[in-house]
Design a protein around this ligand. Structure first.
Ligand SMILES: [Zn+2]
Length: 78
């Protein structure tokens, strides 16, 4: 999974180029572009996703897969 993360050319979420940089989603293990990473920060469950990940790491679980991404946006669904 990690190799794929670094060799991917397209964002898992929007299909856009990853030339500008790549991030692991806070919600799941998607490899996403900077634009999608920024968009995640305005997701209504972003804080919950971050806190869930931190809680798992504190418990020693470094393989937490995230709380799941529902595609929702702060400004309403598509
Ligand atoms: Zn993207």
């Amino acid at each position: 999974m990690q190799d794929e993360f670094f060799t991917k050319k397209r964002c898992d979420r929007c299909g856009g180029s990853l030339d500008g940089g790549r991030m692991m989603s806070r919600f799941n293990t998607d490899c996403i572009c900077i634009r999608c990473a920024e968009a995640e920060k305005s997701h209504p469950r972003y804080r919950e996703a971050v806190e869930a990940e931190l809680a798992e790491i504190r418990r020693g679980n470094y393989n937490f897969k995230g709380i799941g991404y529902d595609g929702g946006k702060a400004d309403g669904k598509h």
